[in-house]
Ligand binder design. Sequence first.
Ligand SMILES: Cc1cc2nc3c(=O)[nH]c(=O)nc-3n(C[C@H](O)[C@H](O)[C@H](O)COP(=O)(O)OP(=O)(O)OC[C@H]3O[C@@H](n4cnc5c(N)ncnc54)[C@H](O)[C@@H]3O)c2cc1C
Length: 200
Amino acid sequence: MTGVTMLRQTDRSRLRRKRERGTHDSSAVSAILDQALVCHLGFVVDGRPVVIPTTFVRIEDSVYVHGAPANAALHAAEESGACLTATLLDGLVLARSAFHHSMNYRSVVLFGLPTRVEDPDEKREALLALVERMSPGRSGECRLPTDEELRATLVLRLPIDEGSAKIREGGPIDDEADLALPHWAGVIPLSLVRGVPVPD
Ligand SMILES: Cc1cc2nc3c(=O)[nH]c(=O)nc-3n(C[C@H](O)[C@H](O)[C@H](O)COP(=O)(O)OP(=O)(O)OC[C@H]3O[C@@H](n4cnc5c(N)ncnc54)[C@H](O)[C@@H]3O)c2cc1C
């Protein structure tokens, strides 16, 4: 990231529960955002919460999401403000007790007011960065967006300013009294892997 080293801790972004697992450090936030391919965008429509999964990309101190100009979610997010989350699931944590089962993860929560990207150069950069995430070098291996396609795409920028990251790692945290139980306990690692490409 460019300038910001710590994200703002506000009433809503301050980590309270298990806060030793959390951080407001921007480099930790960026590392998670750069690995996650999908985020969830939460906003308010007619006073009710809505959360939509979507792709995104981070460029420096901003996160970009995009959609059709008629995309209702993006319009609502522009109006109500948004909460964007990204989650990497690293493992299933099986404890000796049902109570202490858990998951290993790295997650980010961001808050802010997304704004519409009007500058065609910034728009193009964001859209090509999205393509690059799919496969590095890909923006040089496909037809670039035309001006018309750019106009037909709504791009929103959310500043990485107020938010947090949280990380759980390691094995189960069982109660002392349960450690002698005969049940298997440990971690089942999970990861998202690219398969063998299938040509069109
Ligand atoms: C894959 C996964 C599974 C989970 N499963 C459970 C579950 O089953 N039950 C459960 O109670 N919790 C679960 N959590 C943790 C959950 O995300 C919350 O951290 C936890 O529930 C505490 O919520 P809270 O509102 O009391 O936290 P608070 O500490 O009060 O939240 C205050 C602020 O801290 C930040 N924050 C909170 N959680 C996160 C986070 N995960 N990542 C980044 N910033 C965060 C946000 O800015 C939030 O507004 C899970 C997390 C992940 C990623």
